[in-house]
Design a protein around this ligand. Structure first.
Ligand SMILES: Nc1ncnc2c1ncn2[C@@H]1O[C@H](COP(=O)(O)OP(=O)(O)OP(=O)(O)O)[C@@H](O)[C@H]1O
Ligand SMILES: [Mg+2]
Length: 236
């Protein structure tokens, strides 16, 4: 899935529809969403609570699949027939940051950072160095051997941000990554996230309620009534 040709977007979603079936009826969360992410681009996705932002992000990252429509990476459609292929694609190409840090409590900060690399194979000196460099960049050099429980909420989330970049993914998907932090710390971590994205040349999709954070992206899109629209097109 690594071949790319010029003019092909890094990630594309076409006509994404998602319907949740429940005993009391069907819920159409996404109606027909089209989305194009270019290499190195950052797009913020905003929208009311319950508008389907997390659902959409999970579909982009192949954590969930759509009812209809398709996701293409470098022009190639993600196929769910073989789970192991899509899982391998996700481990290599996508980094995730969630609202809660999702660090393993019994692993040190350094070991948590090394987890994505361990899933790909043996951890060599270069990978270990990369993890130490990230700790340094995030101002957590002295915390390598600390357990998550010994770190503050902001420090835990800094590890989670760095971890998303460990495997040199082409795309980082962040779902309300600083929603649990106060505004000042969240703002600081936002700068770190965008700084890492610049340094690594990674594409970023960030779901956020925070317009200050959203405005740091190259483009803002809004989910409303099951569709994605550019904010310039939003009349409200
Ligand atoms: N597995 C599921 N089964 C049924 N309904 C679901 C399921 N997952 C999500 N939903 C519904 O889909 C809608 C969109 O949920 P989603 O979590 O994507 O919203 P969101 O925009 O991320 O909201 P928030 O800003 O509160 O995180 C909600 O109405 C939710 O209740
Ligand atoms: Mg959500």
């Amino acid at each position: 899935m690594n071949e790319t040709s010029s003019g092909t977007p890094l990630l594309e979603a076409r006509g994404i529809r998602k319907v949740f079936s429940r005993s009391d009826g069907e819920l159409v969360v996404l109606d027909s969403c089209d989305f194009i992410l270019e290499s190195g681009q950052a797009i913020a996705v905003v929208g009311e609570s319950g508008s389907g932002k997390s659902t959409f992000l999970n579909i982009l990252g192949a954590l969930d699949h759509s009812t209809s429509g398709m996701v293409l990476h470098q022009g190639k459609r993600l196929e769910f027939r073989d789970r192991s292929v899509v899982d391998q694609w996700r481990r290599q190409e996508v980094g995730f940051v969630f609202q809660s840090h999702m660090l393993l409590p019994d692993f040190t900060a350094l070991e948590n950072l090394l987890l994505p690399a361990r899933r790909m194979g043996p951890v060599n000196a270069e990978i270990r160095q990369r993890a130490h460099d990230f700790l340094d960049t995030m101002g957590l050099k002295a915390r390598a051997d600390h357990l998550p429980g010994e770190l503050s909420g902001g420090e835990q989330q800094r590890i989670a941000v760095a971890r998303a970049f460990m495997n040199k993914p082409s795309i980082v998907l962040a779902d309300e990554p600083f929603g649990n932090l106060d505004q000042k710390i969240g703002g600081h971590l936002g700068e770190m996230l965008f700084g890492l994205r610049d340094k690594e040349g990674t594409s970023l999709v960030i779901v956020t309620h925070d317009m200050h954070l959203a405005e740091q992206a190259d483009r803002i899109m809004k989910l409303e009534h099951g569709n994605l629209v550019s904010v310039e097109d939003v009349s409200t």
